[in-house]
Design a protein around this ligand. Structure first.
Ligand code: SF4
Length: 101
């Protein structure tokens, strides 16, 4: 992304809500490690969901992730759930895992 694109993105994307995120320092719960097994993903995402339930910016976070087609766990919602809600991702991790087996 060019510097001008970053500036334009910052102008038109209000992401000030991120400063109130409850998940600061918990990246390991919100994004999968390489080759994560489905059972481990379920446990990790359950822990992430618990953090999101007490987060005051849950709605803004979910909307941001849906709008920007983010990967990972955002706003109490997994990639799989976001994909199923109609906010398509190219390769959501749950769909990928099911298709591989
Ligand atoms: S809703 Fe969840 S993912 Fe979003 S900022 Fe809050 S804790 Fe983080």
């Amino acid at each position: 992304m060019a510097a001008v694109d970053v500036v334009i993105h910052r102008i038109y994307t209000d992401d000030r809500w991120m400063t109130a995120a409850e998940c600061k320092g918990l990246t390991h719960l919100f994004f999968p490690p390489p080759a994560e097994r489905p059972q481990a993903r379920d446990r990790r995402e359950a822990s992430a969901k618990a953090v999101c339930q007490s987060c005051h910016v849950n709605g803004q976070c979910r909307e941001y992730a849906r709008t920007h087609h983010e990967y990972g766990f955002w706003g109490g919602e997994s990639e799989d759930e976001r994909h199923a809600a109609g906010f398509r991702l190219i390769a959501p991790i749950g769909v990928r895992a099911r298709n591989a087996s």
